[in-house]
Design a protein around this ligand. Sequence first.
Ligand SMILES: [Zn+2]
Length: 110
Amino acid sequence: MKDWITIGFNFFLPAYLAFRWSGKEKRSKWAWTVACFVFSWFGLIAFALTRRGLPTVEEYARTNPGNAAGGMSCNRCGSRSIRVWREQAFIKVRQYHICNHCGTTLYRSR
Ligand SMILES: [Zn+2]
């Protein structure tokens, strides 16, 4: 009985988390699920370390040219109402631009 809990915790849980997480971030779902099943928690650590951050303003404008012409708009719902979310960790300031209508984080500017 205890063995099954150990197997579940070390193989199925990281695989499940990778499945959910990679789907959310639009990365190759099955590759990460299999990798985390085989490598257990190390696969999940690799996933976290190779994550891409949010796109910059320039990258966002390049990938969504229709949403950047004549002022920024959301690439999901088309809303032009975008708020800035400022986050400061010690001296490093990050600014995220979030859609007011659907709540999608669109890009960062610092
Ligand atoms: Zn939106």
